[in-house]
Design a protein around this ligand. Sequence first.
Ligand SMILES: Nc1nc2c(ncn2[C@@H]2O[C@H](COP(=O)(O)OP(=O)(O)OP(=O)(O)O)[C@@H](O)[C@H]2O)c(=O)[nH]1
Ligand SMILES: [Mg+2]
Length: 201
Amino acid sequence: MIHRHALTGLVLAGGQGRRMGGRDKGLEAFAGRPLASHALTPLRGRVAEVLINANRHPEAYAALGERVIPDLEAGYQGPLMGIYSGLRAAATDWVVVVPCDSPALPDDLVARLVAGRGSADIAVAHDGERLHPVVALIRRALVDDLGRALAAGERKIDRWYARHDWRAVDMADRAEAFANLNTPDDKRRLEARRRRESPQP
Ligand SMILES: Nc1nc2c(ncn2[C@@H]2O[C@H](COP(=O)(O)OP(=O)(O)OP(=O)(O)O)[C@@H](O)[C@H]2O)c(=O)[nH]1
Ligand SMILES: [Mg+2]
């Protein structure tokens, strides 16, 4: 078991949002509030601290009520740099990573990653068809190794995972929860799905 006090939540919102017209994806309105705020739902109350990793508009992210951290190296070097920056900033032994653009993640995500980890150092969500490398539980002690990998040019998350004791956690029963939003069209489709699933009175 990993206790709540040993966990930090990390929302990755540091991308360029090119498929969203270059807009700051985590701040796009989704169902009436910033997309990144939906990613906080499975984390709040289940971790000791939440960090939001963002490279633009830090004050807008800070308004969500959590600590905001930028990438330690600028230049939009990809999510692995966001994970590295989060591991460096975290004060706990474990970090739960989620992306800012998956507004329907399972409520019990943290518990399932913790339970599914077994004795591995990294646990990654799997939806039955594919792995979601940015939905993961990672041991903070790997931070120095990740720093060396980045310095050596590594930018591919799954290739870094593969060099460690990692495990996929089966969440096929909740595959729809991993839907993510890359384009304005994805946004419309997912907002419509949400209205169907929980119609407002
Ligand atoms: N810190 C950080 N996070 C990133 C970076 N690139 C992507 N991410 C995050 O990784 C997750 C998945 O990335 P994408 O869906 O490709 O998002 P994106 O890169 O902003 O969008 P595109 O430019 O359309 O690829 C999102 O939560 C992004 O915020 C980066 O350079 N730095
Ligand atoms: Mg991208």
